[in-house]
Design a protein. Sequence first.
Length: 442
Amino acid sequence: MDVPKQTNTLKRTLTPILVWGLGVGYVISGMYFGWNLGLEKGGTLGLALATLVIVLMYLCFTFSYSELAAAIPKAGGGFDYASRALGKHWGFLAGMAQNIEFIFAPPAIAYAIGAYFNLFFPGIPILAIAIVVYVLFTALNIYGVRAAAVFELFITVLAVGELLLFAGITLPHVSLHHLTDNALPNGWGGMFASIPFAIWFFLGIEGVANVAEETIDPQKTITKGFGFAILTLVLLCILTFIGSIGVAGWEAVVFKADGTSSDSPLPMALGKIVGDNHSLYHLLIAIGLFGLVASFHGLMLAAGRSTFEFGKIGFAPAFLGRINKRFQTPATALIANMCIGIIALLTGKTAAIITLSVFGALCLYIISMVSVIRLRKKEPHLERPFRVPFYPFTPLLALVIAILSLIAMIVYNLLLAGIFLSIMLGCFITFLLSRSTKRNIA
């Protein structure tokens, strides 16, 4: 008699190159739009300094997080690590922060995709396009992680190639004068105000850890894929930043002709060199859409795994932790996230949604770095195929930068900080009451 298949286990199909594609794809949209809005607050120098500090944070964070991902390869990512290191309560808070980051970032990108398509098909409403995109990519993720990852790799390679082409065209035209002119328009305070936009360059890279249960030989695969992904993104960030601003100054990639802010810094910079009718200009716009799609699709995949693990472990309704019997993917979690994302889209508050996502990311980073340090003391003999270099300096530096960034975020976004805290507290209280009820019943 045949032994029935296990129905609550994710299928292992991901290789290091696919993990690299996911890691870069999760965040590459940050190179194409959004970061330039930080120039209005910090200028070239303010945003550059903020970005350098954030790059340092992400380098330290990534290598520290890789130690956790290799030692505890589970789909919950930071939630699983914090639960093991600090207990279920901190695990829940880490998981909620991660959920907020991964669930609220895609709606903002979906709206940008809708706006992009609207340029070619102005008769179709932006919101309608964004919702259709949500449904289509949810279906792709339900179909299978390997198909989703192969697609992600394809569009990520295109998006990376376009950024390298952009750098090759713009760098010969970069002027030191344009990089230094009005470099700090709002004083040093502008540097702190620009931190969320510096984080947008790399937001979501930790999503790689959420597919650990679906990788072949997770210890080696996650380490290689994660490491090469962050190094690729740092290089692309530097090239994009200098190439965009250096051709005509930071104002040229922030303000449109009518004085309003733009979400398309790369086409604006390229237009200063080749004009807006050149084939290279149109190519950049077309492939720029792939960058948006790559991040939207990748973050949706990571969000599905995060929500799935929450349901699987009993920290959320159990139906979220179910695996689709046919495709062996977390279909219910993906559909639930899609519904929340569409509701967020309907609010029309794209900037606020992005900021909430960044709040979630920073809280996740803080708890995760504490988990690295705590696990080293709590479980010194835990098998760690990858050990973070320069311990404990590396996770401590990431922790300090994340805390300071969170403080700056709160100071410049008090209302949204209050909303984020309310969501976290509300969910945490519900979690405590639920666990108390279960214990009383037992």
